[in-house]
Write a protein that binds this ligand. Structure first.
Ligand SMILES: [Zn+2]
Ligand SMILES: [Zn+2]
Ligand SMILES: [Zn+2]
Length: 336
């Protein structure tokens, strides 16, 4: 079974994929029988001769370019549709261990270029409404493979969170006459207390509206709607920013840190008011304690922030200084 169901109470789509239930959870890597599907020589990669970054179909796709037909329910308020879409894995490096900050700047640029060309390619498919680029890392958030990789879901609908943002950008433009995120970036530069790092193209900060204790957002300094519109210099600036954020988390926790990275991009088609950005969510609230999303967060969508973002910014800046001095050729600087 493979379909998309609509929850009429909260007006959200749910992707139902029976075959995903059988996927392995963190295979025991020390077992002799374990073969990493993303290491050179794996059957999935046999067709590639020499590679730095590889794009593979997801073995357990939630969505597919050939979805089975759905059987409709009798109750008219139960809406279903076919699970049109594409699920891919971006293998970021042939080496089995590491994180984005372990890549050279040139290699990280190749990763961002791959995201960009996949977003371009998938956006052109007629059943795709939105291309979601994201990266999950760490056993704390249930990542089953340690080999550095990110994922892309080409979705047949605009995700609700992005839809909400599109509404806010449109409303701000109508009321104020400018771009919401251009103005946020301008204010944060002036205010300064939540800034962490900047290079010529991007600003790294803990947002005023952080939901996770060490949330970091990456905002382009110049107005740009989509990754598809990036210049080469912006691509390089984003590669630099991704290395810095991931290095900050590792210095902050003094170990291999878990995190979630999501790209918030313009939808595949149409012309909306928007400003591309990247959000990072970090599940720890200090070095040892995890922040769980539970009753109030899941059941009501109400977040409590443990601490004050402006104070966490100081910790993140300190981690930033350690991170930048450990990276070869970082393009920008940490806030003092
Ligand atoms: Zn591997
Ligand atoms: Zn803007
Ligand atoms: Zn966003």
């Amino acid at each position: 079974m493979h379909e998309i169901r609509f929850n009429p109470l909260i007006k959200q789509w749910i992707i139902v994929a029976k075959h995903r239930a059988v996927r392995p959870w963190r295979p025991e890597e020390r077992q002799i029988s374990f073969q990493c599907p993303f290491c050179p020589g794996a059957p999935e990669l046999k067709h590639l001769e020499k590679w730095d970054v590889a794009v593979l179909p997801n073995r357990y796709p939630a969505l597919t370019p050939n979805p089975p037909q759905v059987e409709l329910e009798e109750f008219m308020w139960y809406t279903k549709r076919e699970a049109w879409g594409v699920a891919e894995v971006i293998v970021e490096t042939p080496s089995h261990e590491g994180d984005l900050f372990d890549l050279s700047l040139d290699h990280a640029v190749k990763v961002v270029e791959t995201y960009k060309s996949e977003v371009e390619r998938l956006s052109r498919l007629d059943f795709v409404e939105y291309v979601a680029v994201f990266r999950n890392k760490g056993k704390e958030i249930g990542v089953s493979l340690t080999h550095p990789h990110s994922q892309i879901y080409a979705l047949p609908f605009i995700p609700p969170r992005v839809k909400q943002e599109l509404d806010s950008f449109r409303e701000y433009r109508e009321k104020i006459g400018s771009c919401l995120l251009c103005d946020v970036a301008k204010y944060e530069l002036k205010y300064g207390k939540r800034l962490i790092y900047y290079n010529e193209e991007f600003l790294l900060l803990i947002p005023f509206y952080a939901m996770w204790p060490y949330e970091i957002h990456i905002y382009p300094l110049k107005h740009v709607k989509s990754l598809r519109d990036f210049t080469d210099h912006q691509t390089k600036g984003l590669a630099d920013s991704l290395r810095v954020v991931t290095a900050i988390y590792n210095k902050l926790l003094e170990r291999d840190a878990p995190y979630i990275m999501v790209f918030h991009d313009h939808p595949a088609r149409g012309n909306y008011e928007y400003h591309f950005h990247v959000e990072f969510y970090q599940p720890y609230r200090d070095r040892e304690k995890l922040k769980y999303a539970a009753g109030i967060e899941w059941g009501y969508w109400v977040f409590t922030y443990d601490g004050i973002p402006e104070e966490k910014a100081l910790e993140l800046r300190e981690a930033c200084r350690k991170a930048v001095s450990s990276l070869s050729n970082a393009m920008g600087r940490c806030m003092e």
